[in-house]
Design a protein around this ligand. Structure first.
Ligand SMILES: [Zn+2]
Length: 262
């Protein structure tokens, strides 16, 4: 019995043609599958290495056109938890300024301004104040508030004092643990720029609110209340507004580097 193809040789080329077309289609299909697989594995490899800030910047409500021009990305699932601490209060007046005003009032005014600025961006910040009136809060309870909520930053606001010499002036920012140094530094620069006081530096010091803090923490000595000129400036609402904005700007700068809460 003879094969019908062998009987009709005319069919053979057609068969070869068909099989060539089929194998070309197969090759094309394989190439397409390989390409898709390649793209898939590439994208899988690339995505996880995208930095957290980059991927968060892609989230809706991102930062590109924030009204204040800051490049801070919008939050993912969490907001930055910030604790603003107005130094002293109640029976503890803090420093007595050259004018007789007390430090506890200055710190509450400025801390309130900082908190108010942060509250303007509720999508970004969850704001807590250690006190909102003239009451004394134990030092470890202040940092304790920040620890309890695992805050992204704790900012303690103070006015400096040096009664022995009213000419002593300037801004100094403190941190204790190395993880807090960047926070102190980030805020110190904008504060100097806003107020134009003498730069007394960013310093490490074991203030109790700093040593008991388990989150990035800074204590800001905005200026010397015992220096008449500096105090007069610090008591001006306009100066306090500028100082508050500087603190917020520095804080944002720090948070941008530190990354976003999950
Ligand atoms: Zn103080």
């Amino acid at each position: 019995m003879s094969d019908r193809w062998t009987q009709d040789p005319a069919h053979r080329p057609r068969l070869r043609n068909r099989s060539r077309i089929r194998s070309r289609r197969l090759l094309f299909l394989l190439a397409a599958v390989a390409l898709v697989a390649l793209i898939w594995s590439f994208s899988n490899r690339v995505l996880p290495t995208t930095s957290a800030s980059e991927s968060r910047a892609l989230l809706p409500g991102g930062s590109a056109d924030r009204p204040d021009g800051s490049a801070l990305p919008a939050t993912g699932t969490g907001r930055y938890k910030i604790v603003v601490d107005a130094g002293h209060g109640g029976f503890d007046p803090g420093a007595e300024g050259a004018s007789g005003d007390e430090e506890k009032d200055f710190t509450l005014n400025l801390a309130t301004k900082v908190a108010d600025l942060l509250r303007r961006e509720p999508e970004l910040f969850e704001v807590h104040m250690t006190r909102t009136d003239d009451t004394y809060i134990e030092l470890e309870d202040r940092s304790g508030m920040a620890n309890a909520i695992d805050a992204d930053a704790f900012i303690s606001i103070h006015g400096n004092t040096f009664v022995e010499d009213p000419k002593v002036s300037g801004t100094e920012s403190y941190y204790y643990d190395s993880g807090s140094q960047a926070l102190a530094q980030a805020i110190h620069g904008p504060l100097l720029e806003a107020l134009g006081f003498r730069d007394r530096g960013v310093k490490k010091e074991g203030w109790k609110v700093l040593t008991t803090s388990q989150v990035p923490a800074t204590l800001l000595e905005i200026g010397f209340l015992t220096n008449p000129a500096e105090e007069a400036k610090l008591l001006e609402p306009k100066t306090q507004d500028q100082a508050a904005q500087a603190i917020v700007n520095g804080l944002k700068q720090f948070l941008q580097t530190a990354g976003k809460p999950q």
